[in-house]
Write a protein that binds this ligand. Structure first.
Ligand SMILES: [Fe+2]
Ligand SMILES: [Fe+2]
Length: 361
């Protein structure tokens, strides 16, 4: 129901009729769902309903079912594992995965909060994105908690993206892809800019979150499968659930944006995004794993990156960027889902029953 502005006047004396300087012509009409758009809508941005994108509100409700804090997961065994069980090569993997993730999640938080939210005015979109901003901050807290618990040198870990070229390469690529649209003056009424925004958002939601993050936890899950660093891995399983939702939301937004704007992504530009992402990922994982560790190798990591890239592309109705890629880590999806539910709800002090209702892609 649409409230009239002159129904309420804070300066009126109780018992006397409210006076208002608002003229009838300045009273907005009834907001219509049709006036909302993914970008450039005209509906009142403070009015939630009528929904145009009820699925976005549903994402917000789903996101709230995956709530935890890093303090609730025991880390004592990880401290022992790190110092007494991991090989130097495994410690190298563990530390650099955390170093990459810490930087990436700060970047993710800033991109959603500063670049995306202001351009997508429908409240149902912004409310989920507000949750996402919080979740990215929570992820950073989680890495910090792991780094602190295990006793790693915080400044050194957080600085690695500046001094390790293979980590810097991924962050620099993301910055280059997201930088221009970050500016509030980026004019989306221009068709070229709209395409660039769609492409940047595609990069962020599908590649950065849906592939780099989704696949980025795997080296630590490989340790977990051998009974090592289980606390950290459980923390990452929670983060991964969030990231799956972020990517699914982003996929839906990209589809709606392209449909609303009668826009299609330039296939050559998309192919270039994938090629750059694959090159950066290759350099990163070759640094991470100059030789395989027990249960994990660069071949597996890159094979899974390509397999997930194809899955994400199919979800958008786009051509597979890496035809023929196979599911070389069949345990990854399972590990992200069932096993965690079972372990988590059996061992946790405080139970959130609603978490069990989450569905995955
Ligand atoms: Fe995140
Ligand atoms: Fe995310």
């Amino acid at each position: 129901m649409n409230a009239r502005l002159d129904d309420w006047d804070s300066t009126a004396t109780p018992g006397t009729p409210a006076t208002s300087t608002v003229t009838p012509t300045s009273v907005p009409g009834v907001a219509r769902a049709a006036d909302k758009r993914i970008v450039g809508g005209t509906a009142d941005i403070n009015q939630l309903a009528p929904f145009k994108y009820p699925w976005a509100w549903d994402f917000f409700l789903k996101g709230n079912r995956n709530h935890w804090t890093p303090l609730e997961i025991g880390m004592a065994q990880d401290v022992h594992d790190y110092h007494h069980k991991l090989t130097p090569a495994e410690r190298h993997v563990f530390e650099n995965v955390l170093a990459y993730l810490t930087t990436s999640d700060i970047l993710a938080m800033r991109n959603i909060g500063l670049a995306v939210m202001e351009k997508m005015g429908a409240p149902e979109l912004q409310i989920y994105q507000a949750r996402q901003v919080y979740e990215e901050a929570l992820h950073t807290w989680t890495y910090q908690h792991c780094i602190e618990s295990i006793g790693l040198d915080q400044e050194e870990i957080y600085n690695r993206y500046r001094v390790v070229p293979q980590i810097h390469g991924k962050i620099a690529l993301a910055n280059r892809r997201l930088e221009r649209v970050l500016h509030s003056g980026f004019d989306l009424s221009q068709r070229d800019n709209l395409h660039e925004f769609a492409l940047s958002y595609f990069f962020f939601a599908i590649i950065f979150e849906g592939c780099w993050f989704y696949n980025g936890f795997s080296p630590i899950f490989a340790l977990q499968r051998r009974g090592l660093m289980k606390g950290t891995a459980e923390q990452l399983q929670y983060i991964m659930r969030d990231e799956v939702l972020h990517c699914a939301f982003g996929t839906r937004v990209v589809r709606e944006l392209l449909r609303e704007e009668n826009l299609s992504l330039d296939p050559a530009a998309v192919a270039l995004l994938w090629a750059e992402a694959e090159a950066a990922e290759t350099a990163y994982v070759e640094y991470l794993l100059p030789a395989p560790i027990l249960g994990y190798s660069t071949t597996q990591h890159l094979g899974q990156f390509r397999f997930i890239a194809n899955r994400r592309s199919r979800q958008l109705g786009l051509a597979e960027p890496f035809p023929g890629a196979e599911n070389v880590l069949p345990w990854l999806d399972e590990q992200a889902n069932l096993r965690k539910e079972k372990n988590f709800f059996e061992t946790r002090v405080t139970e959130y029953q609603t978490g069990g209702a989450l569905r995955w892609d």
